[in-house]
Design a protein around this ligand. Sequence first.
Ligand SMILES: *Cc1c(COP(=O)(O)O)cnc(C)c1O
Length: 481
Amino acid sequence: MTDALARLRELMVDDLAVHGGRSLAYVYDAGREDVDAVAGEAVSMYAGANGLDPSAFPSLLAMENELVGFACDLVDAPDTAVGTVTTGGTESIMLAVQGARDARPDIERPNIVLPETAHPSFQKAAQYFGIDQVSVRVDGHYRAQVGAMAEAMDADTVLAVASAPSYAHGVVDPIAWIAAACAAKNVPLHVDACIGGWILAYADRIGRVKPAWTFAVPGVSSISVDLHKYGYTPKGASILLHRTAAERRPTYFSSADWPGYTMVNTTMASTRPGGPLAGAWATVQTIGEQGYLELARDCLDAVDLLLTGIDEIDGLELVVRPDSTLVAVRTDGSCDVFTIADEMVERGWYVGPQMSWRGEPPTLHLSVSAATLGHVDECLAALRDSVEAARATGPVRVDRSIAAALDSLVPDRLTDDEFDALLVAAGLAGAGGAVSLPRRMAPVNVLFNAAPPRLREALLETYVDRLYRPVRARVSDAATT
Ligand SMILES: *Cc1c(COP(=O)(O)O)cnc(C)c1O
């Protein structure tokens, strides 16, 4: 008999820590064990439930309506507002874009207008739904430029986009101004508050005034806000809100044109897992208004302390002063961010490397959680030591021959052989072209960073394609041991 859970516990050892406030990307930690316990129990209670049919699982319908109601209050939604709980920010955004497209069947070749700092899920939506994407340059502080956005909107624009805040730099676009331009051009505006919406709303309530971004701004038509980020809920929950039910309606899908049950889907999925919704509902119930206020205060305090501390670290500098809890830093060139990230891992911290973009150097991303507040000094000490270690070794360089090889590759026609040769040249290949997850990522990151964006995408896809390969012996092995 094998114990699956024991094996999972063994495997988990290599994973990023979900609790402890030391993982500054991908996970968000309220630092509340009581909340985690309740949320975990709720997820498992609802593991088998299916939100596909609200008449079969009325409790899921009730939870969804309560969650959306809670979010409506957060984002100053008018009485006409409605919302849908989705599996994540990407699904919320894809639905927002699809709904905006299908609200305008009269437009033959629809486009969306977005700042170049917008989350890639908008590019994904444009690609999936056959929509042109018009990317607009941001200003020197990485915020959308109102004039350029307005200019880019034309008669075929079905949706404009602004971020509150952007992921990479944590700044909020000038939403009131963009919304005014949208209203003048009769273009709906989607505010992507996926990552920061939940906490920005509380920042406002505790007097840390932030730029306006909610439905209080006339011209904002829809807002996406993730629960599984600063709502601190288990993964798999986000909310898409529309100002009116009429605007939401095109996101629905129904079919009576088959022999089975008449289908109505409110999201991209059909079977809708009950676990994440129940986990989110239980989390919001348990933390509550007062709890979120305290968590927001903790988180913003942690950010302030980090910003001050980072200022004092030689070799490190802020890219821009954030409007939120997301911090981007870069080096002064004496070391590279990828080595710093690896050194942070050695010290029990995870920060997210962000590659060079539009000729600007790569950066480190820190999504600060409420649970980080208790460890700010430790974080700053780890950063200081990591920068020192990275300076001692100096920046990882891309070998000349590898740089030449990169130059010769054509992204659209990247073959397996070329990729293999590159891996071998970079000393990254395993036996038979197999790739693995190295403990130190800097050599891989530096290589990818040296590639132009299109090639970087192709390289990364090929790399990931190699990572996801079936392991065919494990189950039978386990059964016989
Ligand atoms: C995380 C994020 C998204 C996408 O959300 P997922 O839950 O990862 O699908 C969209 N926009 C921004 C700004 C984000 O940070």
